[in-house]
Design a protein around this ligand. Structure first.
Ligand SMILES: Cc1cc2nc3c(=O)[nH]c(=O)nc-3n(C[C@H](O)[C@H](O)[C@H](O)COP(=O)(O)OP(=O)(O)OC[C@H]3O[C@@H](n4cnc5c(N)ncnc54)[C@H](O)[C@@H]3O)c2cc1C
Length: 401
């Protein structure tokens, strides 16, 4: 039997970053079912500049594809373009994940590719992970097995996902002369992506990751058909370079730890409930999982109580952001189409042509309470809010709930 201190299931951002955070004195194995780290890419590859700055202090990062500074939001016939300097970038996910893997390997981790974890069994003083390549044993497991995760369930955690928390996605990589390399586009029109949105994220050189995610409960047509129709209307001349389907699930598990197990990233359902972006939280939760592994290994204490430190750290770090996004998701899913029309008309009118001095658009909206001292944006915003009681009501609910 192959024995380790930690077995990490899943070689995506959560698992790889967890490994980098585990001290080299511990023996770490990462199990990945695919034959190459970072492939196949099932992602629109957008991250915020905040994420980049938080997790990558190095220079000359090899995975950056393209930076953008404008966002256009469409809703039915209306649209708004907002300038957000230094807002975000597209990464090359294949290179991004490989970069994280190199760091993990430098730290001493071993990676086994083509190795599918089939089962995990909790024993008195270890966990046995059963794979298509034999059985492995470790003092603890980090389940970072992504959106299809079942390892948490095997180890006794409640992981059932409601239909309303799932988004069914389809994406093309397209090449088209109409693509603005400096602008990301979101379209929230309910006729295309009920409960979700259509995106076009520029990869540079007039190519884009162009896809949509539809709330599974509200889905009337298959995402592939809707995206095809959308393309015919908005990008009729676009050349399709690649196509794939995928899934995002949101709304974190009520408990992301168990005896000898921590759950990180998409497996813990830590993708953003509104944007579906999960790379940032995969790195956050992965990082904490690695740190907690160091603590419990040092103390040789894998009890439920000790493992719960992980949940506390994760919630303290980012729970506020997830919670407010869940509230916004709930509110939007409860709105009638008429209410949605009013919400978007107000918001788009408010933001069109504005410049927002933040690398995080959402935090600008939500941090109004603490930015009483800032800029013309607040002045404009308050002026508009006074005139628009409906939008004011919604923002108040988000801020003070
Ligand atoms: C269409 C689409 C677009 C997206 N766009 C964005 C975006 O623009 N920005 C953003 O931030 N997020 C985006 N996301 C979400 C993002 O891809 C995920 O949140 C992120 O990859 C989560 O990282 P992770 O490490 O938790 O999981 P993953 O990256 O999914 O990694 C999990 C790994 O575990 C492996 N694995 C799974 N089961 C097993 C098993 N039993 N045994 C061994 N290995 C296993 C998988 O092969 C995979 O490599 C998108 C998702 C989709 C579907």
């Amino acid at each position: 039997m192959n024995k380790y201190d930690v077995i990490i299931i899943g070689g995506g951002p959560a698992g790889l970053h967890a490994a980098s955070n585990i001290s080299s004195e511990h023996k770490v194995l990462i199990i990945e079912k695919d034959d190459e780290i970072g492939e196949p890419v099932l992602c629109a590859e957008g991250i915020s500049n905040n994420t980049l700055k938080t997790f990558f202090k190095e220079e000359n990062l090899p995975f950056i594809r393209n930076r953008f500074s404008k966002v256009t939001i469409r809703y039915k016939e209306k649209s708004a373009t907002i300038e957000i300097p230094d807002m975000g970038l597209l990464v090359d996910r294949s290179k991004f994940d490989k970069y994280l893997a190199e760091k993990a390997i430098k730290k001493g981790s071993e990676i086994k590719l083509n190795t599918l974890a089939l089962d995990a069994v909790l024993n008195e003083d270890h966990v046995t992970v059963k794979t298509n390549n034999g059985d492995f044993e470790a003092k603890m497991v980090i389940a970072a097995d992504g959106v299809e995760s079942y390892i948490g369930h095997k180890l006794g955690l409640e992981t059932v996902c409601q239909l309303n928390d799932m988004y069914s996605c389809y994406q093309y990589v397209i090449s088209d002369n109409s693509i603005n390399d400096d602008e990301i586009v979101f379209d929230f029109s309910p006729e295309y992506a009920p409960g979700g949105y259509v995106w076009a994220f520029p990869r540079g050189e007039k190519t884009a990751n162009f896809g949509l995610g539809i709330n599974a409960e509200m889905m009337k047509s298959r995402p592939v058909e809707v995206l095809r129709a959308y393309k015919e209307k908005f990008y009729p001349e676009a050349k399709i370079i690649r196509a794939f389907s995928g899934c995002v699930s949101v709304n974190p598990l009520s408990r992301i730890y168990g005896e000898r197990v921590l759950i990180a990233g998409d497996a813990a359902r830590y993708a953003d409930p509104i944007t579906g972006g999960g790379i940032d939280n995969a790195l956050r939760t992965g990082g904490f999982a690695g740190q907690v592994a160091n603590i419990v290994l040092k103390e040789d204490n894998f009890s439920l109580k000790k493992m719960s430190i992980y949940h506390e750290l994760v919630e303290k770090d980012n729970w506020y952001s997830i919670k407010r996004q869940l509230q916004l998701k709930k509110m939007m899913s409860e709105m009638t189409e008429e209410e949605l029309d009013r919400f978007f008309t107000s918001s788009l009118g408010l933001f069109d042509g504005k410049k927002v001095f933040s690398s995080d658009f959402y935090s600008t909206i939500y941090s109004l309470k603490s930015t009483i001292k800032t800029t013309g944006l607040l002045y404009n915003l308050l002026g508009s809010l006074m005139k628009d009681k409906y939008l004011l009501k919604i923002i108040m609910r988000l801020l003070w709930q």
